[in-house]
Design a protein around this ligand. Structure first.
Ligand code: PBG
Length: 332
């Protein structure tokens, strides 16, 4: 049926003109996802040939060093430029001593990846929570984490990662002054080429739940509120980022991502520095669970989520979806 002339509006601006075809939409698209902004987290354990499923993170596994090397190379082949390594030590103690073991899973995986595929960007998580028997991120006095003694320990961890060949160390502990201490120690030992990606604005979040199963790092008592940030704060995030940059951070991170898109945007706009966002375990698990129930289209939800994080201002996205998203982008 022909449209009656009388029903026509006189409009100078018709935004739908720019949405009419795929080619036009692509022409005016403002945000582009590229595999080279993805970093892929890996959980490395002892043994050989181990691939252990993590129940709350479908598709993610604990990997022995040999398998982690294969996974990093496979991700690189998919177009993912780098990995972020977490370690599961064979045993734990109150001080998290094994975190700086030169033969630990992380240190061994760094060496293995660098030997097999030197171009892979290897970033290592620097924290004690996976290595302490109590699951806290530092050394305790009673139930309190002692800041400066913890920093001294973290420096040793970072040095062991640098010695193994890491490109970046990523302190996730949220102790005060750790970036400066790590920077100074790296420089004194001749590791000025090793960078620091600091978890600068890391919130005390419920969305780390599945990670704590994956990394066996749940605190045995209490919580992480004495060092991780209050979800209600944003000025404080900017102060944390400013401090870490002044102390020598090369890349600053906001974590989690989805519930802190405003923080990502402000950090990027204020400092104009390389900014990473961590799409954390709980955010991944929510999508996986909804998809498994048939409640959302996982691929679309994944791409929409990653696009939103980029649109907010993240240059780098750390995500368990890195390989899947990279493969999907390559197939388009
Ligand atoms: C601490 C650390 C955590 C995560 C990254 N580094 C957990 C925590 O602070 O309890 C969480 C990452 C995720 O949930 O995907 N080493």
């Amino acid at each position: 049926m022909a449209v009656k002339t009388a029903t026509r509006l006189t409009l100078a601006r018709r935004p739908r003109r720019l949405r009419r075809t795929g080619a036009i939409r692509s022409l005016v698209r403002e945000t582009h996802l590229r595999p080279d902004c993805f970093i892929y987290p890996l959980f490395v354990c002892d043994g050989r040939g181990v691939r252990r499923d993590i129940q709350s993170m479908p598709g993610v596994q604990q990997l022995s060093v040999d398998e982690a090397v294969k996974e990093a190379v496979a991700a690189h082949t998919d177009g993912v430029p780098g990995v972020l390594l977490f370690g599961l030590p064979p045993s734990k103690d109150a001080a998290g001593t094994l975190a700086s073991d030169p033969e630990g899973p992380v240190q061994s995986a760094v060496r293995g990846i660098k030997q097999e595929a030197p171009d892979v960007i290897v970033i290592t998580d620097v924290c004690l929570c996976e290595y302490t028997s109590h699951g806290h991120c530092g050394i305790l006095d009673g139930e309190e984490i002692v800041n400066d003694a913890t920093v001294a320990q973290l420096v040793q961890v970072a040095l062991s990662h640098a010695l193994a060949g890491a490109d970046f160390v990523a302190p996730s502990d949220m102790m005060d002054g750790r970036v400066a201490a790590i920077r100074q120690a790296l420089d004194e030992r001749g590791f000025e080429r090793v960078g620091i990606m600091s978890y600068a604005a890391k919130y005390c979040s419920a969305f780390y739940g599945p990670f704590r199963e994956a990394a066996d790092s749940a605190p045995q008592f209490g919580d992480r509120r004495s060092h991780q940030m209050d979800p209600a704060n944003v000025d404080e995030a900017l102060r944390e980022v400013e401090l870490d940059l002044a102390e020598g951070a090369d890349i600053v991170m906001v974590k989690p991502a989805l519930t802190y898109l405003d923080v990502i945007a402000k950090v990027k706009q204020r400092f104009h520095q390389p900014t990473a966002a961590y799409h954390v375990s709980g955010e991944y698990a929510m999508l996986k669970a909804a998809a498994a129930n048939g409640w959302i289209d996982e691929r679309r939800a994944m791409m929409e989520t990653l696009t939103a994080i980029r649109r907010a201002g993240a240059d780098i996205i750390i995500t368990y979806y890195a390989r899947e998203a990279a493969r999907l982008l390559a197939s388009r």
